[in-house]
Design a protein around this ligand. Structure first.
Ligand SMILES: [Zn+2]
Length: 100
């Protein structure tokens, strides 16, 4: 089994709701966000710092400034990356869940 196949997929609507809730909770205090380099993702087994899912996958590095002014760097998974960039998950991913 390749490492990529261990990515924690969102398999049903419950997973999706949990993911949305975690994302909303984590990003609630964000005032400013910027992807440091769209073309420079890297593989990591460290949990995504937004949705906190634990299995490995691609990560993008983001600079985040909170409403209180504190500045952080976050390692963000592909699903959270898409949420930030496009406001939702990509359509093939959502279609797959709808079909379950
Ligand atoms: Zn994530």
């Amino acid at each position: 089994m390749s490492k990529m196949s261990q990515w924690p997929h969102l398999n049903n609507k419950l997973d999706l709701e949990r993911f949305y809730a975690r994302f909303k909770n984590a990003t609630d205090e964000w005032e400013f966000i910027q992807c440091q380099n769209y073309h420079d993702s890297h593989f990591s087994h460290t949990p995504c710092e937004v949705c906190m899912r634990e299995l490995g996958g691609e990560r993008w590095t983001y600079t985040v400034i909170l409403k209180c002014g504190a500045k952080f760097e976050y390692e963000v998974c592909i699903d959270c990356h898409e949420m930030i960039q496009f406001g939702d998950l990509n359509e093939p991913e959502l279609m797959k869940i709808e079909e379950e």
